[in-house]
Design a protein around this ligand. Sequence first.
Ligand code: S3P
Length: 427
Amino acid sequence: MTRVPGDKSISHRALLLGALAEGENRLTGLLPGADCRSTRSVLRRLGVELPELPEDAGLLTFRGVGIDGLRVPGGGALDCGNSGTTARLLLGLLAGAGVRATLTGDDSLRSRPMRRVTEPLSAMGAEFREEGEEGRLPVRVESGVRHTLEYRTPVASAQIKSALLLAGLAAGVAVTVSEPDRSRDHTERMLRMAGVPIHEETVGSRWKVSLPAPPAGLSRWTLSPFTMDVPGDFSSAIFLIALGLLREGDPLRLKQIGINPTRTGALPVLERMGARIRYESTRGLDGDVGEPVADLVVRAGSLSATTVGAAEIPSLIDEVPILAAVASRAGGRTVFRGAQELRVKESDRIHALVSNLRGLGIEVEEFPDGLAVTGSERPLEGSVATYHDHRIAMAFAVLGALPGNRIEIEDPSLVEISYPGFWEALG
Ligand code: S3P
């Protein structure tokens, strides 16, 4: 049985929401990757006494400071490194709490759009100053949120949704967000675990999430602390799943992987392509509090092309790079559409995929909102430009691990962002 490191999205939220809880949090399985270390160091600057994240997924205990307990940081800007989740969720939280601070990040993060969060937060009465390029980090929170919000977001994004929920939580005001398709729901599940009654429903073709105002007589919700074992990250497991499908050998077994349905959209896609993947020892799939987990068993076999459309994209947004790599080894032409969000991830992932697949001799077509990949059995040789993007590096590393291929990855250390131990796991 192989394990993969803890889920990145859940680890960020366990640290952030744990920091707001009243009492001692007990967390195991946290991802010690660079992105989560960024969240930890920003929270420390805000007065949360967070020890180092254990390298071995062991127990981390820390006391939350309560929703009112964050302090204005001394010194310079809060550095979110490469992590969009840290930056966007923190913008919401700091605006909600009225904590004046500047957020910044590395070159990649400073090129990513932030108005998708600061605009709705401004509609809640918060004020920001953009200290760099328009709509980009560094951004300073000048003053806090004052009003409730009912917001229709044009993109399905858990980062937008979570930032607004955190803002409402910290400011003690009701927030409703509706999104065109359902994005990952870890924030909602964790808020329920901590005692906040989040409501979710389908309204027409949209997905609506509501945070109610605090109970009568209270200015804020109180969060109870978290005792949680963070599941293995499906977005990391998918690289090994792909390897297990494409490389002949014994079935691959992956232990305790998070199978939250808002995250596992890649599985039905792979199944349409002919993949044989089985869940074992499934736990918690029926509930909406806590996170469902299973062991996964993957068998190699031949794959054929499929089409992935807009409605599926939010549930596999981080998996498109590896799915495109798998498509390059499947029979026929696989098409991804409705994936324009990939243009504003850690890199422009559509461009990074198209140019690298082409460089390896694969036939690819680029669309504004996706790509089409024609599979081939020819050996692949060449060097891959990673565009400072961990998932691009890992997607092509899987192709490089297949017999007959010789692929050089420009910056192998990038995997540390989300998957420490990736190269050892690849074997
Ligand atoms: C994340 C949400 C997704 C995802 C990112 C992590 C999160 O981004 O791509 O890797 O933890 O909320 P968007 O919400 O912007 O799609």
